[in-house]
Design a binder for this molecule. Structure first.
Ligand SMILES: [Zn+2]
Length: 186
């Protein structure tokens, strides 16, 4: 009988020893914290993920090492900090995690290794890991590779230009106000 693995309550050890895989194509709305970050933009976006368990033999250790390979692809709606237009930022996660018996082992190993260590659990929440990884992958300053400036200039929206400039540099905007006031009358 094959065991059913549940992504929200994953028996990590059994999953790894079975060399099992899971994948999902889920709505962004299933990831509450991420959905909040999206601020209502494109609520129909999807998150694609795959996870695969791999047991690695270790000399002198019969239990070996338990690894999960996580890959996530998503695109996330943000506001471009250059043109203030919407931009769908592609997010990609590709990481290996090694599971160890307990917190103490993780702490001890953490000093000697660059590996990403997690504590073994019989009810591991894969969703939470996926969400954490995506949140960390969000750029601090989202930007278009190339802003659609041609479109914006064609619209001739000067208020938009001014608002954009003021937001990107409030001090510059203040300075220009001051200059305006001091202009000689007449
Ligand atoms: Zn832009």
């Amino acid at each position: 009988m094959t065991k059913e693995f549940r992504p929200d309550r994953l028996d990590v050890k059994a999953f790894v020893l079975a060399g099992a895989s899971l994948q999902g194509h889920e709505s962004l709305l299933k990831f509450e914290r991420l959905a909040q970050e999206a601020k209502g933009l494109h609520p129909d976006l999807r998150v694609d993920w795959q996870v695969h368990g791999e047991w690695r033999r270790e000399t002198g250790n019969e239990t070996g090492q338990l690894w999960l390979h996580l890959q996530v692809q998503a695109s996330f709606p943000m506001i471009c900090q250059r043109c203030l237009g919407p931009v769908d930022v592609p997010l990609e996660v590709d990481r290996w995690f090694r599971f160890v018996a307990d917190e103490a082992t993780a702490e001890a190993l953490d000093e000697q290794t660059e590996e990403d260590l997690l504590v073994l659990s019989r009810e591991f929440d894969l969703h939470e890991l996926i969400e954490d990884e995506l949140l960390m992958a969000l750029p601090l300053v989202p930007r278009h590779d190339e802003c659609p400036t041609a479109v914006r200039m064609a619209s001739g929206d000067e208020d938009f230009e001014a608002a954009s400039a003021a937001r990107s540099n409030p001090f510059a905007a203040l300075a220009s106000l001051r200059v305006g006031k001091n202009e000689p009358k007449g």
